[in-house]
Ligand binder design. Structure first.
Ligand code: FES
Length: 97
């Protein structure tokens, strides 16, 4: 299952391979910050506390936008991070501001 912690509450939803964290949040009416959907604004940034290995590798846009330390700490961009495999994942929307 995929637990999404949005800005005003959390929801457990069904993950789908190929869809991004942001797409799944929007599809399931979780209030998730976003603007560009192209990996530049970072409003969709999220902390992955479980299931990082179930996500696709970071995209080029994501690597350009986030610092290496952020990846080490478990952060991803929700609009870029896609589900690779089904399993337990927990993502918390954490924008910078
Ligand atoms: S929505 Fe802008 S970086 Fe994801």
């Amino acid at each position: 299952m995929l637990e999404l912690v949005g800005r005003f509450g959390k929801k457990t939803v069904q993950p789908e391979t190929g869809l991004s964290i942001l797409e799944l949040a929007l599809k399931n009416n979780v209030d998730w910050g976003f603007s560009c959907t192209r990996g530049t604004c970072a409003r969709c940034r999220c902390y992955i506390s479980q299931g990082m290995e179930l996500l696709e590798e970071p995209t080029e846009a994501e690597i350009a936008r986030l610092d290496p330390e952020e990846f080490d700490e478990g952060f991803r961009l929700g609009c870029q991070a896609r589900i690779k495999e089904i399993g337990p994942i927990k993502a918390t929307n954490k924008t910078y501001f």
